[in-house]
Write a protein that binds this ligand. Structure first.
Ligand code: HEM
Ligand SMILES: *[C@@H]1O[C@H](CO)[C@@H](O)[C@H](O)[C@H]1NC(C)=O
Ligand SMILES: *[C@@H]1O[C@H](CO)[C@@H](O)[C@H](O)[C@H]1NC(C)=O
Length: 336
């Protein structure tokens, strides 16, 4: 009797897990390769907990780290897909992406990614990819600063190559036109709505003077500041960022709450108080984009819902899966 009883317990457990996995595979996103949230359920059940705990400690030490990690995920995904290519240091034939124009003296948080990865390696060696670790860290960074959460499809593998030119050419620059920025998003399979929602991540974090100085002094080469920049805000920024020098001085991307993930970024744009030109053009250059800015400024829930959806979509850009790529042991270098 006991034998038969435990047989049925085992059978129903097996059914339960099969159903759960099926659910995971059918519920999330139409177009997400072979990624699904339960990917590490049996191989590393505590993976998400471990990532969250290291990210939480890092953010407790320095709030800005949430922003820095979220940006690393974006800069990873726009170059060869979300494959951890950004995390590689130069070595052998690999030329690191860390020295590209968008990343140099700017991308940060690599030490925290290393801490996450070594905690994962301690728990389940050779199982969780650096690309997945960074994707989870970006989601946790949203949640831990007051933003939305979402189930992260997992199963990405790590690249054995990097692309410096991809980093320079694919990631939009802060002085790009609206159309150039939109084209760089559509090249990745993201649309105008994704562009506006994902730009909302500039509700946290900082920018260096060098990324917006042009707007303060000489936006179009005629010696005048950007006319879409609110005047007293501009004067304030000129105090912090001299015409030359002070390239690395930081300003809040969201003047209201740079440590809090909320919708005030969009409210700033309506007041002509976006910090980067690439922020302000979302309101000043395109009707459809302007409508979305107004919608998210008015309704934080709408923004949060779309942000979560667009982050999943960005996280699903061209992943390496199956036997492609590898599970890097150290995020900074390929295995052999
Ligand atoms: C739409 C085109 C985008 C442009 C032109 C852009 C450009 C920039 C620039 C110039 C900075 C300041 C860097 C510095 O001066 O050191 C920055 C910071 C940041 N970006 Fe973007 N970005 C864009 C989209 C995104 C997206 C899609 C995300 C994430 C989903 C993102 C997340 C961030 C975060 C969180 C920071 C602050 C980082 C920190 O404080 O360490 N950005 N971005
Ligand atoms: C954008 O900024 C870069 C780097 O500062 C500069 O070389 C380029 O001329 C600027 N482009 C425009 C259109 O102003
Ligand atoms: C503004 O930029 C243009 C072209 O980049 C340059 O020729 C001009 O000297 C600059 N003017 C000032 C006032 O810096």
């Amino acid at each position: 009797m006991a034998r038969i009883g435990s047989f049925f317990v085992l059978l129903s457990l097996a059914c339960f897990f099969t159903l759960c996995i099926c659910e995971d595979e059918s519920n999330y996103g139409g177009d997400r390769g072979n990624l699904f949230p339960g990917f590490y359920r049996s191989s590393c059940p505590r993976a998400e907990e471990i990532v969250r705990s290291v990210v939480a400690q890092a953010i407790a030490r320095e709030t800005r780290m949430a922003a820095s990690l979220m940006r690393l995920h974006f800069h990873d995904c726009f170059v060869q897909g979300c494959d951890g290519s950004l995390l590689l240091d130069s070595s052998g034939s690999i030329v690191t992406e860390k020295n590209s124009n968008p990343n140099s003296n700017s991308a940060r948080g690599f030490d925290v990614v290393d801490q996450i990865k070594s905690a994962l390696e301690n728990e389940c060696p050779n199982v969780v990819s650096c690309a997945d670790a960074l994707t989870l860290a970006a989601r946790d960074s949203s949640v831990l600063t007051g933003g939305p959460g979402w189930m992260v499809p997992l199963g990405r593998r790590d690249s054995t190559s990097a692309s410096l030119s991809g980093s320079n050419n694919n990631i939009p620059a802060p002085n790009n036109t609206f159309n150039t920025i939109l084209t760089r998003f559509t090249s990745q399979g993201l649309d105008l709505t994704d562009l506006v929602a994902l730009s909302g991540s500039h509700t946290i974090g900082f920018s260096r003077c060098t990324s917006f100085r042009q707007r303060l002094y000489n936006q179009s080469g005629n010696g005048s500041p950007d006319s879409t920049l609110e005047q007293s805000y501009a004067a304030n920024l000129r105090q912090r960022c001299p015409r030359s020098g002070g390239d690395q001085i930081l300003s809040e991307l969201d003047i209201n709450s740079a440590g809090r993930f909320d919708n005030s970024y969009f409210q700033n744009l309506i007041e002509n108080m976006g910090l980067l030109s690439s922020d302000q053009v979302l309101f000043s250059s395109n009707e459809q984009s302007m409508e979305l800015v107004k919608k998210y400024a008015d309704d934080q829930e709408e923004f949060f819902e779309q942000f979560a959806e667009s982050m999943i979509k960005m996280g699903n850009i061209s992943p390496l899966t199956g036997s492609n790529g590898e599970i890097r042991k150290n995020c900074r270098k390929i295995n052999s």
